[in-house]
Design a protein around this ligand. Structure first.
Ligand SMILES: [Zn+2]
Length: 271
């Protein structure tokens, strides 16, 4: 009987002890789980900061796009600015001005390959004029070269989107109602390395390859646009009006077919 009494007391005590132990274990487990989750969260945040994914900086390889629109002179009410009078060659093709936006082709990407899309072409023998326009620049600076890859149907690509082909083509350009032609260049934002370029001639206006007075001359406009290919910027001041990179043109104009002093100095500066 004596043993039985002690056995019962012992069992009761053990039950209470086990309940308490279970309770303490449960509390300890919960505390441990919470602190582990917190530690993991802190660690994840630190990892994000450390590897840069928590910072909203543009990657160094992100692309930028530059759109150059060529307008008729007739649309100009007033030129945006005037150079000082008396500058050597002001208003002639001996004027030495050029603008270089620092976007450029690296030597490994030269010759720059290009393709032609004949769809909606508005002048016969336009391709011959376009090739002559490329040659005008490459003859002046042999370090700048292009290679014609033949015809490509780039017509399904919306204007302003990349397709990996440097192309010359004809489009309605409804989104640029007053334009004669536009050139779009894509480049790496940080390094300014050019990666793709496309020229679009507006197919809803008259064109000619013979300098006809009532139409835009293909070679005249193409030589200007291909100055953007290498990459020169538009010029707008009065003194630059006879240079190929002057930003406006008239129907029948052919003076941009050959280069002026500023155009030549520009390509020689870049390449
Ligand atoms: Zn231009």
């Amino acid at each position: 009987m004596f043993n039985r009494k002690y056995l019962v007391v012992t069992l009761v005590l053990m039950k209470r002890f086990l309940s308490l132990a279970c309770f303490l274990f449960l509390v300890a487990y919960m505390l441990l789980t919470i602190s582990t989750a917190k530690a993991e969260k802190v660690s994840a945040t630190w990892g994000a900061i450390k590897n840069g994914s928590g910072i909203k900086a543009a990657p160094s390889t992100s692309l930028a796009k530059k759109v150059l629109i060529h307008y008729p002179k007739g649309k100009i009410q007033k030129l945006p600015g005037n150079d000082k009078k008396g500058k050597t060659g002001c208003g002639t093709d001996q004027y030495s001005k050029y603008e270089y936006p620092k976007i450029h082709w690296v030597s490994g990407d030269i010759p720059v390959h290009w393709s032609y899309d004949r769809a909606n072409e508005k002048a016969s023998k336009a391709l011959k004029s376009i090739q002559a326009s490329f040659d005008t620049w490459t003859l002046v600076e042999p370090a700048w070269q292009t290679t014609y890859d033949g015809q490509a149907k780039t017509g399904k690509i919306p204007v302003g989107e990349r397709d990996g082909i440097n192309s010359v083509c004809w489009r309605r350009l409804d989104q640029y109602p007053n334009a004669i032609a536009i050139t779009i260049i894509w480049y790496i934002r940080n390094s300014k390395k050019a990666v793709e370029i496309d020229t679009y001639f507006k197919s809803t206006i008259p064109w000619s390859t013979t300098g006809a007075l009532d139409a835009y001359d293909v070679q005249n406009i193409a030589t200007h646009e291909f100055g953007h290919w290498l990459v020169l910027d538009d010029l707008y001041k009065n003194c630059t009006s006879e240079l190929t990179m002057f930003g406006y043109s008239n129907p029948g104009e052919i003076e941009k077919r050959d280069l002026g002093m500023g155009d030549i100095l520009g390509i020689q500066k870049i390449y």
